[in-house]
Design a protein around this ligand. Structure first.
Ligand code: HEM
Length: 127
């Protein structure tokens, strides 16, 4: 199995992940129906996000937390949704890559997903 080591690898990973997400019964609707995502914009953003996070190449400038609050306000993003997001992310990585960077991608996603889940829950409480 291949190591996760280039921008091309990230593009493959992100494409395969969102292929799963788009048709997923548990979280697909957030993208298709709530946010009505334009995939041709979303995917390149996600390539850059992961390139920045994993390889330290600052190609993503944005606020990943902020974009999720309006989605959460429209339809509650629950802990179970984040767990499912993570399950798909881990699956996609394990189906395609191996090695330290692949593990780092799982580790960083886990931290962010947990934090994001917590922030979304808090945002609903103070409404
Ligand atoms: C249930 C879990 C999640 C759902 C349903 C979700 C949904 C979405 C949606 C619909 C967008 C597009 C917003 C728009 O352009 O209108 C988005 C953007 C984004 N998401 Fe998530 N997300 C989830 C978890 C995560 C996690 C765990 C991460 C990080 C590891 C993440 C990182 C991002 C980033 C970086 C963007 C782009 C932000 C920008 O526009 O700069 N998301 N997400």
């Amino acid at each position: 199995m291949k190591k996760l080591e280039s921008r091309e690898d990230i593009e493959l990973l992100v494409n395969k992940f969102y292929d799963k997400v788009e048709t997923d019964e548990t979280i697909g609707f957030f993208f298709n129906d709530v946010a009505k995502v334009d995939w041709s914009h979303h995917l390149p953003k996600m390539y850059s996000f992961w390139e920045t996070l994993l390889f330290g190449k600052i190609s993503y400038k944005g606020n990943p937390m902020a974009v999720h609050f309006p989605i959460n306000a429209e339809f509650a993003m629950e802990k179970s949704h984040f767990e499912h997001w993570l399950k798909l992310w881990k699956q996609t990585i394990e189906e395609n890559f191996t090695g330290e960077m692949a593990e780092t991608a799982i580790y960083k996603a886990t931290n962010i997903a947990n934090l994001m889940g917590y922030k979304m829950e808090m945002a609903r409480k103070i409404k």
